[in-house]
Design a protein around this ligand. Structure first.
Ligand code: B12
Ligand code: SF4
Length: 355
């Protein structure tokens, strides 16, 4: 390996992301685990910009779009602290082409979009160098972790030891939930989504359960939040066997959890998930207008979405629904349709428990 480099990975504080919205910064924790395994001296920071330290060769900054102003301010601060350091931007914000170009124009040395691990390592080790590249060439699609042997188990678990994990915890039934991922990418092409159009790759069920057991048995969490864009892909061949394993843990420790799904999720899956401790499923309803669902290529229907709410009610799982106003083709009529859809959904949902 080339010389070990000092790397600081930074996820800027954001006023919106405080209290229950202060989630573990999984993106930089994955990168930290990967770079440490390659022998680098990596530090992780999820604080205000004032806390940024000097003394690093490479600074990796992570941002969603609302965090981008803070990421830009962090860049300015890093230039004061370490003018010669390489500063790399990644995260969901730069999944949009225009945002990548802006970031290079704003002065980031590199923009790595998509998956960060392999390409950030190449930058850190000097195999990709600023001096060799024109500005537009410094926008790089992150190499994807190959699904060797059918899984992405090569990815080390997030480096949760690098942060004070007990500070975080989305509340589910008053318990702090730890976040984790079991797969990468979504094959759908919803036009508004920054995760659209990939090739899903999965961790093995054994590997998922190793991480779950670490969170439950070693760190003491009794609630979990799976942050996969769509946790419920491959219902019969993957979800159901995973639910059998989760049910063992639910029975042993009373672990409860939440995940995200599309609404085309079968009743039998919802029932298995409930038995395995799932209390909430987050799902993108997006709109009560079929026109808008079609224009944005969501590939769902308003009636199918209502069927999902009904199935959740039967399975005793709380549907957390997301919607957007202002998508292309939105009019006063489509906004009214959305309001009407939600009124029908509220009537349809009559949970049989406090879940
Ligand atoms: C949990 C979550 C939340 C939580 C916490 C968010 C947070 N910032 O911590 C809550 C519920 C609060 C939330 C709120 C919102 N969210 Co949200 N959320 C997620 C979710 C489901 C998981 C995030 C996560 O942990 N991902 C796992 C990690 C591993 O992924 P990652 O961070 O992208 O990291 C990888 C790469 O991006 C890259 N990378 C990351 N950082 C860096 C840095 C460098 C230097 C490099 C090289 C690479 C790199 O490498 C990593 C590993 O390969 C994602 C969807 C998703 N699956 O990612 C949406 C997502 C991040 N949310 C999204 C949105 C739109 C929002 C809201 C704006 C919604 C709203 N209208 O209020 C708010 C804004 C919050 C904010 N200020 O950032 C969008 C972001 C789109 C965008 N352009 O930024 C996403 C991507 C959903 C989507 N599919 O479109 N969210
Ligand atoms: S199904 Fe969900 S994650 Fe996949 S592209 Fe559509 S909105 Fe994005």
């Amino acid at each position: 390996m080339s010389r070990a480099r000092r790397v600081l990975l930074y996820d800027p504080y954001d006023d919106f992301l405080q209290g229950p919205r202060d989630f573990t910064p999984l993106g930089i924790l994955y990168l930290s685990a990967w770079l440490k395994r390659a022998g680098h001296d990596v530090h992780v920071l999820h604080e205000e910009i004032d806390a940024l330290p000097a003394g690093f060769d490479v600074y990796g900054v992570s941002a969603t779009t609302p965090q981008y102003p803070k990421a830009r301010a962090a860049l300015a601060r890093i230039r004061e602290l370490e003018p010669e350091a390489v500063v790399v931007l990644g995260g969901a914000h730069v999944n949009a082409p225009r945002c990548r170009r802006e970031a290079i124009a704003d002065g980031f040395d590199f923009v790595v979009w998509g998956e960060g691990e392999i390409t950030l390592q190449a930058v850190v080790e000097g195999r990709i160098r600023r001096a060799d590249l024109r500005p537009e060439q410094r926008i790089i699609e992150g190499a994807k972790i190959p699904a060797a042997g059918g899984t992405i188990d090569e990815v080390p678990a997030p480096d949760r030891a690098a942060i004070d994990i007990r500070r975080y915890g989305y509340p589910i039934e008053g318990r702090k939930a730890a976040t984790l991922m079991t797969a990468r990418e979504c094959p759908f092409k919803c036009q508004f989504c920054s995760s659209a159009g990939g090739v899903p790759r999965f961790h093995s069920i054994d590997r998922v359960m190793d991480e779950v057991r670490y969170l439950v048995e070693d760190l003491g969490f009794r609630a979990l939040l799976f942050v996969d864009d769509v946790f419920t892909f491959k219902e019969q061949t993957r979800l159901w066997p995973l639910m059998d394993r989760m049910q063992e843990l639910h029975d042993a420790y009373g672990v409860i959890w939440r995940c995200y799904s599309r609404t085309d999720l079968g009743m039998r899956s919802l029932e298995r998930m409930r038995r395995a401790g799932c209390l909430e499923v987050g799902a993108g309803i997006e709109s009560g207008s079929q026109d808008i669902l079609d224009v944005t290529m969501k590939y769902t229907t308003t009636t199918g979405n209502l069927g999902f709410i009904e199935a959740c009610a039967k399975a005793d799982v709380m549907p957390n629904t997301f919607l957007m106003i202002g998508l292309p083709a939105e009019t006063e009529t489509t906004v009214r349709e959305t309001r009407e859809w939600f009124a029908r959904a509220a009537e349809t949902f009559s949970p049989t428990s406090s879940a």
